[in-house]
Design a protein around this ligand. Structure first.
Ligand code: 5RP
Length: 231
């Protein structure tokens, strides 16, 4: 009789990649921490080695609260010169490490902490790996008064933008801005796309992470964690 190991659930895959990311944390240093349900698993794992690190720089109010609740010191990014590693999730990641991020509306601070970090380790379950970015609605953080003109500009690229709402009103980010989610895009050149949209007036941050792409992706698959490395 043969016995087969049951495939991991999505939640178990998130737990596994969150725990696997501990191997990239540099002892005695400050770690950059992203936002989202996968990162929450990482934060829980990080708490088990909290005495071996100096603390964290966080990318959102939600992650800051979780880190502090677990006794992990949180530093302001302005207090820290550079960060050895940044651990964060993604909404999509392609085979070169480019990502769409911002499903949790934390993209601006995520990009800031990623830019401050020497290495980006993405933790994601296998559903996030794509050939071309764009099936996930692209989050763009915008100055509220520019939302309509930005939506019109996306329409010229074939995208349909919508202001993200929460409880029937426009969602307000940790930075006091709004999010436009854009469907219908196929982002074949993420670097050029990020460069173009980033300079539109009123765009705070576009959720394409091409300049700040991942160096490593710990991908949770039904049979365990796969490590993808990018140039
Ligand atoms: C938040 C993000 C998250 O990393 C992204 O949305 C993935 O989240 P999850 O791990 O919950 O799927 O970019 O702004």
């Amino acid at each position: 009789m043969t016995s087969t190991t049951p495939a991991l659930t999505q939640d178990q895959m998130k737990t596994q990649v969150g725990e696997a990311a501990l191997a990239y944390v540099v002892k005695g240093q400050i770690v950059g921490v992203g936002t989202g349900s996968t990162v929450n698993k990482f934060i829980d794992a990080l708490a088990t080695i909290k005495d071996e690190i100096k603390g964290a720089v966080s990318s959102s109010v939600a992650s800051t609260e979780r880190l502090r609740a677990l006794g992990i010191p949180v530093f302001d990014s302005n207090e820290v010169e550079d960060i050895s590693v940044y651990i964060d999730g993604a909404d999509e990641i392609d085979h070169r490490g480019h990502m769409i991020k911002g499903g949790g509306a934390a993209l601006t601070r995520e990009k800031i902490v990623a830019a401050q970090s020497k290495r980006f380790v993405c933790i994601a379950d296998a559903s996030k790996l794509v050939d071309t970015l764009g099936a996930f609605p692209l989050p763009v953080e915008v100055i509220p008064m520019a939302a309509r003109s930005i939506i019109r500009q996306f329409a010229q690229l074939g995208g349909e933008g919508q202001v993200r709402e929460k409880d029937g009103v426009a969602l307000v980010t940790d930075n006091g801005q709004h999010i436009v989610d854009v469907t219908g895009l196929k982002i074949s050149d993420p670097r050029a796309f990020e460069a173009e949209v980033s300079q539109w007036p009123g765009v705070v941050t576009v959720g394409v992470f091409a300049c700040q792409k991942a160096n490593v992706c710990l991908l949770g698959t039904p049979s365990g964690v796969q490590t993808l490395t990018f140039d």
